[in-house]
Design a protein around this ligand. Sequence first.
Ligand code: ADP
Ligand code: MG
Length: 714
Amino acid sequence: MPEGDPPLSLRDLDAIGVSRLKKVGPKRASALAEMEIHTVLDLLQHYPRRYLDRTRQARIAELLADEAATVVGTVLRGSTRRIRGGRSLTDIVITDDTGRLKLSFFNQAWRERQLAPEATVVVHGRPTRYRGTLQMTNPVVDPVGDRTGRIISVYPQSDKAGVRTWDIAGSVNEALNRCHDRRIADPVPAAVQRSLGLVERHTALNWIHRPASMEESVRARRRLVFDELLRVQLQLVRRKRRLELHTAGLRHATDGELVERFWRNLPFLLTDSQRRVIDEIASDLAKPHPMHRLLQGDVGAGKTVVALSALLAAVQGRFQGALMAPTEVLAEQHLETMVSLLGDLSVPDASRLGGERPLRVELLSGRVGAAERRRTVAGLASGEVDIVVGTHALISEGLEYRALGVVVIDEQHRFGVEQRAVLRDKGPGSVTPDLLVMTATPIPRTAAMTVYGDLDVSVLDELPPGRVPVATSWARTPLEETGVWSEVRGAVAAGRQAYVVCPVIEESEALDVRSVIETHERLTDDGGELAGLRVGLLHGRVTPAEKEATMELFRSAALDVLVATTVIEVGVDVPNATVMVVLDADRFGIAQLHQLRGRVGRAEHASVCHLVGEASTPEARARLEAVVSSNDGFELAESDLELRGEGTLMGERQKGRNDLRLASLRRDKEWVERARTSAIDMIDADAELSRHPDLLDEIEFMLGTDDVEFLLKS
Ligand code: ADP
Ligand code: MG
């Protein structure tokens, strides 16, 4: 590479195919391609899986029985033989200049090929004494080739493609050497790097692959993690600011009579948390640009009151409010709750000076009759309907609002960004209504910054007083299960009601339906656990009318027990129901179990949730134990992230580069915050990053526009 050329950007590195490297011929190139390594950039971003610190290795002669140790040696010989039970035993003998060590592997005959004579290997394990000599059974082994040096990088390798960790190390080494003169460009402002104590990118890429000390690898990782997170945050913050700057919003009057009256009429006092969140929202509403806020609150935290306060702020300024729910059942339930909380509020009547008329709240869903629907649609266009509650019917084409001022979307995970955008576009003229998105699926704060990074986030982190926490237990044995059913009968005898939720069967609604019907039969047959009780059945295949009829029977306590699929997961609110039984509980995720549990414990009665069934995997066991031991949605969200990793949060990527290769939303929490703060500072100073064209180019190149859309949808 000629001298004097500018440093290499990531885009430049991506334009150089790996076959340009000396050690990469056609065969190696196609093997690398199989590992998704096509360019020098791919190669440099194929980061070591871990490092071996050879200064911490032991000599074979110094090994002690039962003390774990790492040794480096050369393979002398290996052999495999059949042993009892049709198993095989492979013995490999290694040596350093102080002695010999036998490694034993059960049923891993391929080790003989992997650990051929003369190969240098790093072995980690716990030696045991066998017939007077030390040996290691099933140790962790890393072949390292003939690499020397203090720290050895171990790469994810592919046995299938036949690419070994030292092959990768060799190519990485060559690539880094060839970048040496031109250097790798660093588009992140030096001031930002300095203030965070970060090393330069060129250095970081060298240190992550060939550190001289573990300290160097740590500092390198920190810098590269920051880069990944900064790119995402810059994209999100930029998008958020654009929305704020380039869309005209409404300045709502937030301290009017109507909202005050609403609070005074409530049958309870607002919690501190509700008050704080209502203030946060009010201050957004009073600003000239549109609100774009996420409200997170655990099940039962009291989000409806908060939503109503926002909707009424619109109404008192003679605008309209809309609340969109993911299902008809939920929309209807919201309407019911809202009507009861609103009481008989009246609003100023535009047609009579100083006069008043009752506040008008209407439902718009697929189930509303044609005549009523026509009236509501006309009322929205004329402005006589103040608040409308509905499903996605609210965004149907042709539906006109006279002056839509505030939009609340409940349970955002069921809607996509596009739907949010359509509802926003229903504002008066070119004005964008304020948007509040509510979710009862808490996600940890730093994850929220990444997944919902273009929204401001408010958190309701306090439950209304007097709630008796739901006691959760896990019934693993048939005997314990019998106890669960007798508890259900006991609760019913005491005048309470119960839910029985049936398992989710791999994405197949048909199978779910069959399972719930069978369970219903089994429980209610003569001699069944719930024989003689009034037991309803609800699943995804019953008609909306039947579903509503069943819900109504349950609500009015004409049914004792409701056997259902997860259709009851969100929002169903029957305070008299105090027992939740979840069958085959290990088939549900943590968030889902917590949501289900939230269906009980909605009044002053003590409530219980029984998780039934054995755990099929250690992970399922950890999940169930987490749900049993905590009632805190945020704490559970953290456990969920621990157990499942962020893959589930970010979703599976369909295409494009995964830009979070090193960064972990769980391990690198403080770096998520730092990246966000840096991004906000940079965008505040330079909204379109026009003073940082290289960085802008890098973001566009690395993320593209689709990728951020994708992040937001998950
Ligand atoms: P969420 O939608 O967050 O799950 P809701 O808004 O449905 O919760 O509220 C759950 C229940 O708590 C409702 O019956 C509601 O009337 C009641 N509630 C809300 N806020 C309070 C409060 N501050 N004090 C007492 N009860 C409250
Ligand atoms: Mg709710």
